[in-house]
Design a protein around this ligand. Structure first.
Ligand code: KG4
Ligand code: ZN
Length: 477
C-alpha cells in the first residue's frame, strides 16, 4: 500500500493540508451541518484546537497549535485520498486491533479472546484480564498492522477505547496507542466503547444516516439511545442493575455449560433443544412504563429454578449429563432466553414509539454489542422493527462482539470532524496520568422517560460524551 505522508512547512498550512485532504471523503458520509458542531475547543479529551471547516471559521483559530501532525493518506478504490486508522480495544476481556480505511474498507481485524480465562475462573477478574491484555497487546497490534500490509508509518491516526470499561484493562490499550502515536507522530482519538458498538453499523450499512435508534446489548451495558448526530445521543433507557450479557453468562455457568467459546453462544446453542414455555419466568419491569432494563431478578428466578431440580448443574458439566438432565437444562436455557429477549422486545417497542415522537424521520433500529450476535435476538427484534415500519440494522456477529474495527471506524468518524488529540510525546513520563473513563455515559437521559426505577450508582461517573461535545461547542466564541 502506497503512503504519502504530508509534512507541512508551517502549522497553519499543515492544518490546511489536513482539511483539503480528509474532508472530501468524510463529507460524503457526514452532512455539512456537522462541521458547524466541530467548532469547539474540547477540554482534556480533545485538547487539540479543533479543526474547523473553512466554511465556518477562519483557520487562524487553530494557530496556537504547537504540534505538527504528519498525516498519511491513501488512495482508496474511489480514487480519493483516504485516512487509514488503527483501532485498539481492551476495555473488557478481548484484546483487539484493526486497521480501517475511511472509505469503509477493513484492512485487518485481529481479536484475542480471554474466553479460556473466563471459563477457568468463572468471570472477568480485572487483574487477570489486565495481565492477559499486557501479554498479547504487542502481538495483536503488530498482526493488525502486518495483515493490513502496512507499517506504522502508513497510518493516519490511532483510535483507542478510553471508556467505559475496567480501568486496568483500558490502560493497557491506551498505553499502547500512545506509544505508537508518540513514536510515529500520529494524532490520537479517544473512543467511547458503546458509541463504537453503535457506529460500526454505519460502516456495514452505508444507507444508515442520523438520526437513528440503537439498542446496545453487551456484557456490561443495556442501552437504548436516540442517535441524533455524531456525538449527540439521548439515552432513552439503560440497565438499572445487570446487563443482558451478564445474565446469559451467569445462566450458562449455572447450567454447567462449556464456557470456552463464551457463555452467551453456549446458552444460545443449548436453548435450541429446549421448550421455551416449559419454565414460567416473569418478564422484568412490566409495571414500569419506561425503557429501562433489569436482569438481576431474572437471574434470581433462574437460580431458583435450577435449585428446584435438586441437581448440582454448575459442578456437573453438561457433557456428562444424562439425557433427562440435559433436557431439563435445555428447557431452563430456552425459557430464560425467551423472557430475556421478550424484555428487550417490550422496551424496544416503547422506545420506537418515543423516538418517533421526538424525531419522526427515524428509519432504522441498530442492534449491536455482543448479545446482538445471537440469532434468536436478531429474529425477534426484526419482527418488532418490521411491525413498526422501521428497518433493523445488525452488524455481522464478529463486528457485534468487541473488536478493533468499531474503534477504528468511530475514530475515523470523529477525526473527520476534527475531534482528536495531538501526538503524545515520544517518551511519556512514568507518572503520566492517562485519561481513562471507566464510568462514562454516552448521552443525557431523556427527561420524559425518567422513572423511579433507576440505578443510583452515579458515584465517580464521568460527564457524558454528548455533554462534553455540546459544552465545548457552546464555549466556542
Ligand atoms: O460487547 P461484548 O463483546 O463485550 C462487552 O462490551 O461486554 O459483549 C459480550 C457479551 C457477553 O456477555 C457474551 O456472553 C454475550 O455478549 N454474547 C452473547 C452471544 N455472543 C456474545 N449472548 C448471547 N448470545 C450470543 N450468541
Ligand atoms: Zn462491547
Amino acid at each position: 500500500m502506497a503512503s504519502s505522508p504530508l509534512f507541512a512547512p508551517s502549522k497553519i498550512s499543515r492544518i490546511n493540508h489536513l482539511f483539503k485532504s480528509c474532508f472530501p471523503h468524510c463529507r460524503s458520509r457526514s452532512p455539512a451541518a456537522h462541521f458547524g458542531q466541530a467548532t469547539g475547543h474540547l477540554p482534556s479529551f480533545f485538547p487539540f484546537p479543533l479543526l474547523v471547516h473553512p466554511r465556518f471559521k477562519s483557520l487562524s483559530a487553530a494557530s496556537s497549535t504547537s504540534d505538527v501532525v504528519s498525516l498519511s493518506l491513501h488512495r482508496g478504490k474511489s480514487g480519493e485520498e483516504d485516512l487509514v486508522v488503527l483501532g485498539i480495544e481492551t476495555s473488557c476481556d478481548d484484546t483487539a486491533a484493526a486497521v480501517v480505511r475511511s472509505d469503509g474498507e477493513i484492512l485487518s481485524h485481529v481479536v484475542y479472546s480471554q474466553a479460556d480465562l473466563l471459563a477457568r475462573y468463572g468471570g472477568v477478574a480485572p487483574k487477570m484480564a489486565e495481565e492477559a491484555h499486557s501479554r498479547v497487546i504487542d502481538e495483536v497490534v503488530q498482526q493488525a498492522i502486518e495483515k493490513a500490509n502496512l507499517t506504522e508509518k502508513d497510518l493516519s491516526a490511532v483510535a483507542v477505547t478510553i471508556g467505559p470499561g475496567l480501568s486496568l484493562c483500558l490502560r493497557v490499550g491506551v498505553q499502547k496507542a500512545r506509544k505508537i502515536a508518540g513514536l510515529f507522530n500520529l494524532p490520537i482519538v479517544g473512543v467511547h466503547h458503546m458509541e463504537a458498538h453503535a457506529l460500526v453499523a454505519r460502516l456495514t450499512e452505508k444507507d444508515l444516516k442520523f438520526p437513528f435508534l440503537a439498542l446496545l446489548i453487551s456484557g456490561g451495558h443495556n442501552l437504548l439511545i436516540l442517535a441524533n448526530e455524531l456525538g449527540h445521543y439521548v439515552q432513552l433507557g439503560t440497565s438499572i442493575d445487570d446487563a443482558i450479557g451478564e445474565a446469559y453468562d451467569k445462566t450458562a455457568r449455572w447450567l454447567g455449560l462449556d464456557l470456552r467459546k463464551g457463555g452467551g453462544p453456549a446458552l444460545e446453542e443449548l436453548a435450541r433443544e429446549g421448550d421455551p414455555n416449559s419454565v414460567k419466568f416473569s418478564t422484568p419491569m412490566r409495571q414500569h412504563k419506561d425503557c429501562n432494563f433489569s436482569y438481576a431478578g431474572l437471574k434470581t428466578q433462574v437460580r431458583l429454578a435450577i435449585e428446584s431440580t435438586k441437581t448440582d448443574m454448575e459442578n456437573n458439566p453438561i457433557s456428562s449429563a444424562s439425557s433427562e438432565d440435559r433436557r431439563k437444562r435445555a428447557d431452563i436455557a430456552a425459557s430464560f432466553q425467551r423472557v430475556a429477549v421478550l424484555h428487550l422486545e417490550e422496551r424496544c417497542e416503547r422506545a420506537i414509539e418515543w423516538a418517533l415522537k421526538i424525531e419522526p424521520s427515524i428509519k432504522h433500529l441498530v442492534v449491536s454489542g455482543g448479545v446482538a450476535s445471537n440469532r434468536y435476538v436478531r429474529s425477534r427484534l426484526d419482527h418488532i422493527v418490521d411491525k413498526n415500519g422501521l428497518r433493523l440494522v445488525c452488524p455481522p456477529p464478529n463486528l457485534c462482539t468487541d473488536n478493533g474495527v468499531m474503534v477504528a471506524w468511530t475514530g475515523i468518524e470523529h477525526f473527520c470532524l476534527g475531534r482528536f488529540d495531538p501526538p503524545p510525546p515520544v517518551h511519556e513520563s512514568e507518572d503520566f496520568v492517562f485519561d481513562l473513563r471507566p464510568r462514562w455515559p454516552l448521552g443525557e437521559e431523556y427527561s420524559q422517560g425518567r422513572s423511579e426505577a433507576r440505578s443510583l450508582k452515579t458515584a465517580r461517573m464521568h460527564p457524558s460524551l454528548t455533554s462534553i461535545i455540546q459544552g465545548s461547542a457552546r464555549h466556542q466564541p
